[in-house]
Structures are given as C-alpha cells and as structure tokens.
Ligand binder design. Structure first.
Ligand code: NAD
Length: 462
C-alpha cells in the first residue's frame, strides 16, 4: 500500500489543497493498494489556471511540433507498457494478458494515430473567397470512467493536444493510478508545463468543480448517461461546448444466413471481455427463431468455458449491481442457461459469466445497461422484427451484424440506429469515429472526427 501524493499541475507534482484521500482497492483480492489525494475546488481552480496560462503558446505551436511531442508520448507509453498493464490489472482487476493486449496497447495506437494526424491535418482550408482556420477550442475538462482507464484518457488528451488545446483530466476514483502514471509519461515526453494537468478526486466534488469552472471551454465526458445528462445541463447553463460518450445496450444481430457458431462464440467473447464492463459490448444477442435453441446451447457452452479466466468487476458496488440485475432477470421470467447471481469466489468482486435465454424486449435486462458479464439472447421472427428489437432501446452506441453475405449484413447495419457496427466480426479500428446515436452521447472520439471535436473554425474573407 502506497500513499501517492500531489496533483500534476503546471508541469510538476504539487501538494493537494486538502488532506482527504481516496483508497484504491484491488478488486481481485479486496486489498487496499494505495491512496491518492481527493481534489477540491481549489485544486481544480489551480489546474484550470495552469491550463489557461499554457494555452496561447501551445495553440501557437506549429502542428508539426505538437505532432513530435505526441510521437514522443507514444514512445514513452511503449517503453512503459508493462508498468501500465500491471497497474491496470492491480486497480481494475483485468487479467494481465488482457491488460497488455488492450489496456496498454490501445492507448499506444491512439496516441500514435494523433501524432500522425497532427502532422497531416489541414488546419487551414480555402473555400470561395475565404480561408478557414481550424483553431483549438481552448481549455478542455476531461472526465473519464474506470472501465478502460488509460484508453479513455488518451482518447481525449491526444486529440486535444493535437488540436492545440490544453487540458485538465479528472480520472475515475477507482482507477487513478494509471492516470498518475500517464502524467509521468506526459512529463517524460517533454510536453510543456500546463498543457496537461491531472486532478484526482470524487465525481460530485472534483468532477463537478471542473465541469462548472468558467475557465473551461469544452467538457469532454465519458461515463454513465445519468452523469452525462447532469454535465450537459451544467455546460448548457454556461453555453460551453460538451462532448458525451455515454452508455450502451448494443445488439448483436445474427441473420439466418450467418455462420452461427462463429457469430455466437465471438459474441460471447465480446460480452465477457473486460468482465462485461465495455460500453459498446453486444449485450443483446438477436437470433432467428429457427436457430434459437442451437444458438442458446452454443452460448451457454462458450460462457461456461470462461470459468476462472474472467477477471472481477471493478468494485463491491458494481458486483452488487450486476448480481441485482441477474436476480431481476430471473424474477422477470428469463431462463438462466449459464452463470447466475451467486458469487463464484469468496474473495474479490467476481461475477459468473452469465447467459439468459428467453429474454423479451420489455425485460429490464434487455433495456438497461448492466455493465457486467451478462448476455441476453432474444428471439426474432423475421428481419423487420430483428431491426425493431435492435433499435428498441434508448441507446445507440455500437452493434454487430452477421450474415452469409457481406452486402446483406451491410444493408441491415445501415438501418440500425447506432454509431458503430462490426460486420461479420470486423476488427476494432482506432481511426474509426466512435460515439453514440440517441442517448449514447453527443460527438465522436478517435481519428479525424475525434480531432474535429477539439477544433472551432474561424473564416477570413478576402
Ligand atoms: P460515472 O458516470 O459514474 O463516472 C464517470 C466519471 O464521471 C468519473 O470520473 C466520475 O468521478 C465522474 N462524475 C461522477 N459524478 C459526477 C458529477 N456530478 N460531476 C462531474 N463528474 C462526475 O460512470 P462510471 O461508472 O465510471 O463508468 C461506467 C459508465 O460509463 C457506463 O455507463 C458506460 O457505458 C459508460 N462508458 C461509456 C463509454 C463511451 O465511449 N460511450 C466508454 C466507457 C464507459
């Protein structure tokens, strides 16, 4: 157990204004592994002032130089990949292999993509008798969740810095250690003082103070829809820009012509990875009635195989919440075919990989985001029915379509109300825009569309 000290503000670790701390717990064994300072409005104010002071110079830094700093940052992340993976495993509980392959590797890819984009993006364009300049929005407040703790930070910091913005990050209270490691990486990469700042603390205190700060021009938030709505209301009151990456309840649509075994196996793996704590997870599997029983058997078998390989969920509250949803599924008449509400281990916040069959659209488990290793399998009669079910939630973050013919899958995907669709198991692309339709959010992250969120235009007429 280590008591970590200070906030990273203005290029150095500075003592926190208050004395309170947040305990960081390893969810695999429930041991306290460290404490970090719980930030106050005073810390937030110092950080925002530092970001504002650094803004003019960073905004005026040529994009090629900003690109060079981001490339240096990517290199530090590469050099520290093992430390990053171990830290995420300790505070989030993800199995080490998954931490290496995803939690450490994806931020490297994203930082690298923005190093390239900063160097190549057309920050100036001509249209008619005008020259349009794409200028940084200003000081960014980034408020991030714990589920992909470093990725969520880098998906905001890298485009913000590429655009010429400066930033204050408030990471989730469960996973502040990898955020501190990232601050050290920023320092090592030679990013000028004040361009990046980190304030750890509680959402309703530190996060709220940051969102409300008048020195912030854009609030970029990733987290639950409930908090997102609250942040959007604060931003609206101050006519401040806001970007929201919120919850999801994505559909995995298996059309009758699909390779069923592949679609089901990849679908189960998608839901169970990161212990189901993925906003874009395909938690509703939609199968045609003629192949339904076969799909249920395959899914139950695939989930049972996870056994000991799955990590815990992030904390005791999340474990209780997920188990509550499983109990609700049973109470509302869904049929458990794998897992269940009982904790599979005595220590650690583990939840059994769980699969429900006979789930109907109106059930709570078919509508609400569970954020745990729980899959619901729904039956459809025909394609129109599948589309209606797929689009029948308030969310629209992601999804998948499987069909024998790619064109058939694409035609279906084009009718889905959602921001991302994987066709026949298409791979994650760090350049593809990521973000939600409907209540899954406002704005896009990653790639060139993610960069555009941090830019505003100025037109000069000649
Ligand atoms: P959360 O909304 O509870 O917290 C997210 C962040 O907001 C944390 O840093 C928290 O401290 C802060 N916060 C909480 N209350 C606040 C307030 N009043 N003012 C300002 N900040 C506040 O979410 P979580 O439990 O950490 O994460 C899980 C949720 O995040 C899920 O709903 C998931 O779908 C969503 N998520 C979405 C995406 C996406 O890209 N769309 C990605 C990951 C997670």
């Amino acid at each position: 157990m280590k008591a970590y000290d200070g906030m990273y503000i203005g290029g150095a670790w500075r003592p926190a204004a208050g004395q309170d701390v947040i305990e960081v717990v390893n969810p695999a064994d429930e041991q306290v592994i460290g404490t970090v300072p719980a930030g106050t409005a005073e810390d937030v104010d110092t950080a925002v002032r530092a970001a504002r002071a650094a803004l003019p110079e960073w905004a005026a830094t040529p994009p090629a130089e900003r690109a060079a700093r981001l490339a240096a940052l990517r290199d530090v992340l590469v050099a520290r990949a093992d430390e990053i993976a171990e830290t995420v495993t300790a505070e989030l509980g993800a199995p080490l292999k998954f931490s290496q392959a995803v939690h450490a590797a994806v931020p490297i890819a994203v930082a690298g993509s923005y190093a390239e984009l900063a160097a190549t993006y057309a920050f100036e364009e001509k249209t008619g008798n005008s020259v349009v300049h794409h200028e940084p929005v200003g000081v960014v407040a980034a408020i991030t969740p714990w589920n992909y703790p470093l990725h969520q930070i880098v998906a905001k910091v890298a485009p913000a810095l590429a655009a010429g913005c400066t930033i204050v990050v408030k990471p989730a209270e469960d996973t502040p250690l990898v955020a501190r490691l990232f601050a050290d990486a920023v320092h090592e990469a030679g990013i000028p003082a004040g361009v990046f700042n980190l304030v750890t603390g509680l959402g309703p205190v530190t996060g709220q103070a940051l969102a409300e700060h008048p020195g912030v021009d854009l609030v970029s938030f990733t987290g639950s829809t409930a908090v997102g709505r609250h942040i959007a209301a604060i931003a609206a009151g101050q006519v401040k820009k806001v970007a929201l990456e919120l919850g999801g309840k994505s559909a995995n649509v298996i059309l009758p012509t699909a390779d069923l075994a592949k679609a089901v196996n990849v679908g189960v793996a998608n839901v169970m990875s990161n212990s189901g704590q993925t906003c874009s997870a395909w938690t509703r599997m939609l199968v045609h009635r003629d192949r339904y029983d076969e799909a249920v058997g395959l899914a139950a078998g695939a989930a049972a195989k996870y056994g000991e390989r799955i990590g815990p969920v992030v904390n005791a509250k999340q474990q209780a919440r997920v188990r509550g949803y499983i109990e609700k599924g049973v109470a509302e008449g869904a049929r458990l075919v794998a897992g269940g509400p009982e904790a599979p281990r005595e220590k650690g916040y583990f939840v059994s990989p769980t699969v429900f069959a006979d789930v109907t659209e109106d059930m709570t488990i078919a509508q609400e985001e569970i954020f745990g290793p729980v899959l619901s399998i729904l039956r459809y009669d025909d394609e129109e029915d599948a589309l209606r079910i797929a689009n029948g939630t308030v969310y629209g973050l992601a999804g998948a379509v499987w069909a024998g013919d790619e064109a058939e899958a694409v035609a279906f995907a084009r009718r889905m109300e959602t921001g991302q669709v994987d066709i026949n198991g298409g791979r994650f692309n760090p350049l593809a825009p990521f973000g939600g339709y409907k209540q899954s959010g406002v704005g896009r992250e990653l790639g060139v569309h993610g960069l555009a969120e941090y830019l505003q235009t100025k037109s000069l007429q000649f």
